[in-house]
Design a protein around this ligand. Structure first.
Ligand code: HEC
Length: 325
């Protein structure tokens, strides 16, 4: 390109840029992520949904007791406009759109030796909140290669399950970690939906309200959500470590004492508790706890042989040291 031509192009580009700046036009305003319908009422597949806000992925999620078939991956996205509005007002705005993509799983194929990664695209489901439509919340399924889909008729299974079980309006915020913390904090969860305690929520109670209240909340959660595995032994170990870093060794010890009561047949929480009793200069309790740990090791099927060997060595060493004193 000649110099003069380059200059003209540069000036033109600068002019466009300046216009954009002075008018403060956000790029997305030109292409809002809203539902687009054909004359026959079919929804058009939003071409750029992969650039939307990612909410979660699931593996083999299954809402009935029946099993069978491969464990499929799901990836959930929401339009950025809807996400922003929800995070500011706590409400899903009209024209909100959600996508759940489905992928088949694979394990072998390259250097991977275990676990699962996402393989073949199997289609997607879309949910739309749109007050201008016959149903305010409508549901669509797109098979691979399809770019249009008709809404499922009123009274279909999608709407029923979503309206009965979803935590916020028709959306399953209980499964979207970043939205869930926000929704719990703002009291947006529907009254009938129970949100079990997990590490973040439990830790917040410990820090804000103290150990006694936290322990109460723990047992209430066990009663209300007996099948929940959200606050597992690993979470309590993480919490105890965190509290120690915050100079709250006393609370960390209470966390592990709670863990031994909750999982009385597992050796690991006894090891963690015995170490903490020793550090807290309570040798008798440390000895007693170490002996319980040693008695449990053989029958603890959650541990590998190597893990058992390591725990045994640590407990025996501690018992020997403490018995000398
Ligand atoms: C038995 C209950 C159930 C039925 C029936 C159901 N879904 Fe869902 N749906 C869920 C759950 C649970 C999630 C959360 C998935 C996750 O965390 O990955 C979800 C998530 C979604 C999402 C992401 C946005 C949101 O609402 O959280 C879309 C879109 C969706 N489903 C569409 C559909 C469509 C379309 C149908 C009918 C063809 C359908 N669903 C049927 C339970 C159901």
């Amino acid at each position: 390109m000649k110099k003069a031509a380059v200059l003209v192009v540069t000036i033109a580009a600068a002019a466009v840029f300046a216009t954009l700046l002075t008018h403060q036009v956000p790029v997305s305003a030109a292409t809002p992520n809203q539902p687009v319908y054909k004359a026959d009422g079919k929804l058009t597949l939003p071409a750029n949904y992969r650039e939307w806000v990612f909410l979660t992925s699931g593996l083999g999620m299954n809402y009935s007791t029946g099993t069978g078939g491969p464990q499929l991956f799901t990836n959930v996205y929401v339009s950025p406009e809807a996400y922003r509005e929800f995070k500011s007002s706590g409400k899903w705005p009209d024209k909100s759109m959600y996508v759940v993509e489905i992928y088949s799983p694979a394990t072998h194929g390259s250097i991977n030796k275990g676990g699962h990664y996402q393989n073949a695209y199997m289609g997607l489901d879309i949910e739309v909140k749109d007050s201008s439509r016959p149903q305010e919340w409508s549901y669509y399924n797109f098979n691979p290669g399809e770019s249009m889909a008709a809404a499922f008729p009123a009274g279909n299974g999608c709407l029923k399950c979503h309206s009965e079980n979803a935590a916020v309006d028709h959306t399953f915020v209980q499964f979207y970690p970043t939205l869930l913390d926000f929704a719990v904090g703002k009291n947006l969860i529907k009254p009938g939906v129970s949100i079990p305690l997990n590490l973040t929520r439990f830790q917040k109670i410990v820090l804000d309200s103290g150990w006694e209240k936290a322990e109460q909340a723990f047992y209430e959660d066990r009663k209300k959500n007996p099948e929940s595995d959200l606050l597992d032994l690993h979470s309590l170990q993480m919490l105890a470590g965190y509290l120690e870093n915050q100079n709250r060794a006393g609370d960390a010890l209470k966390v592990m004492a709670l863990a031994t009561r909750q999982w009385p047949t597992l050796a690991l929480p006894y090891e963690e508790l015995a170490q903490r009793y020793r550090n807290a200069s309570q040798p008798e309790l440390s000895l007693e706890t170490s002996r319980k740990e040693l008695a449990l090791l053989d029958s603890d099927s959650t541990l590998s042989d190597a893990q058992k060997k390591r725990l045994r060595e640590m407990a025996e060493k501690r018992v020997a040291e403490l018995s000398k004193k």
